[in-house]
Design a protein around this ligand. Structure first.
Ligand SMILES: Cc1ncc(COP(=O)(O)O)c(C=O)c1O
Length: 424
């Protein structure tokens, strides 16, 4: 444990989050990050780590992509924030590009600063467009932690302390079309789902799920909100994960990698019929920082980089090799590994217990590989490297995964004994 790290944990404890400080101490995790390049994070002592978390899905284009940094510099020196009185080109150019690259007639964009805020906006747009008040969401879902987004999320641990949440949210099991159809009627404003559940444990639904939701929504006049905050911007081997299913949602939520790992920005992109909220009252929903010139210019460059460098195709190709390679290793440790699943470079490894997941994370960290468990399921660690990662780095991950499992296998029985069990 470095002295600098210990000092930072003590300061964090005094002025930010004492409970989190205890977690850092318990994990002995006090390395201080200094910078990053591509898929690599470098700590204050110059030690390099391969980042297989992408900062929770933010770094699809890699750390400090030169084109994205140059765009940020250029805009920063010209005009970072806006008077908000005069016209600004940057957000309009970003909305134009989003209209061009998103599927179908997704046309209009509203810009915010985070994933949760994108979800909040989509929920309000759906109410205003339909005049209805009920939302349908799925168990295990993660849509953010503001009150509205939390209301449609699917984990009691994060919800119960804040009840009552929004009334009239109906939750159904993820991936089960019949269960969803059974609760869909003319009272429903919108169905909100992730095309692949990220924090729920990288859960891939059956192939007919998203097309089925689209049909079911059309039948009762409800809107379909696709939360692509984590799956979007090339992660799953498509620019947007709904494309794999050939589905056009009414509202598409984006954030995380939309900012190119350089700025925070989120967006809701909508079809014309979902955009009624702004028809009568253009200021019914607003955000001071939303679509500011700096964030908008950087996001446009991040999207261009993603498209022009073919990062979605790269995720598909690398993932097509990487996922089966990890699964092959996992299959040799059936007492530890329950499943390896995902799409593109959105990969989840499900372990038999949260204790095994934590032990494997520690072993990988010792081998300078960063992974982290999913927020709604501690038995699953996500392996989500930046899409610019080199194949040789992924080969190292596979080899280290094998070493880590073999080390954990030696003491897994002891770990499981005192384990409280999974609650995800
Ligand atoms: C699918 C999904 N939606 C929404 C969010 C919330 O995003 P934020 O943390 O930027 O509010 C997340 C964050 O992990 C997410 O994965």
């Amino acid at each position: 444990m470095s002295g600098r790290g210990e000092d930072l944990v003590a300061r964090l404890e005094r002025v930010m989050n004492p409970g989190l400080a205890r977690v850092y101490r318990f994990m002995g995790l006090t390395q201080v990050e200094a910078t990053g390049r591509g898929a690599t994070v470098i700590d204050a002592e110059g030690v390099e780590y391969l980042d297989c978390t992408s900062g929770y899905g933010v770094m699809n284009q890699g750390y400090l992509h030169p084109r994205i940094v140059a765009a940020a510099r250029e805009q920063l020196e010209r005009m970072a924030m806006s008077s908000r009185v005069m016209l600004q080109e940057a957000p309009i150019a970003l909305a134009e590009y989003l209209a061009q690259i998103t599927p179908g007639d997704l046309t209009y964009s509203f810009f915010v600063n985070s994933g949760a805020e994108a979800v909040e906006t989509a929920l309000k747009l759906a109410r205003a467009a339909t005049g209805r008040v009920r939302w349908v969401s799925t168990t295990g879902a993660f849509h953010g932690k503001t009150l509205g987004a939390l209301s449609v999320s699917g984990r009691p641990l994060y919800q119960d302390p804040f009840r009552p949440l929004l009334a009239d949210v109906v939750q159904v099991p993820y991936g089960n079309l019949a269960a969803l159809e059974a609760v869909l009627d003319e009272r429903v404003a919108a169905v909100i789902v992730e095309p692949i559940q990220g924090e729920g444990g990288v859960v891939v639904p059956p192939d007919d799920y998203l097309p089925g939701i689209r049909r079911a929504c059309d039948r009762v006049g409800a809107l379909f909100i696709a939360d692509e905050v984590q799956t979007g911007i090339g992660r799953t081997g498509y620019l947007f994960a709904v494309e794999a299913a050939g589905v056009v949602p009414d509202l598409l939520c984006l954030a995380k990698a939309l900012g190119g790992g350089v700025v925070p920005i989120g967006a809701v992109v909508g079809r014309p019929q979902a955009w009624r909220m702004f028809d009568e009252h253009p200021l019914l929903h607003t955000s001071t920082f939303g679509g500011n010139p700096l964030a908008a210019r950087v996001a446009l460059e991040a999207l261009r980089v993603t498209v022009e460098e073919g990062l979605a195709e790269r995720a598909r190709q690398l993932g097509g090799w990487f996922l089966p390679a990890l699964a092959q290793v996992g299959a040799r440790y059936p007492d530890l590994v329950a499943a390896v699943r995902g799409r593109g470079l959105m990969v989840g490894v499900e372990f038999r217990t949260p204790g095994v997941a934590a032990a494997v994370m520690t072993e990988l960290f010792a081998r300078r590989i960063l992974v982290v468990y999913t927020l709604n399921n501690e038995r699953v660690i996500r392996v989500m490297p930046p899409l610019v990662v080199a194949k040789a780095d992924l080969e190292r991950v596979v080899a280290c995964f094998d070493e880590a499992l073999s080390a954990v296998a030696a003491w897994a029985a002891d770990l499981e004994e005192g384990d409280p069990g999974a609650d995800g």
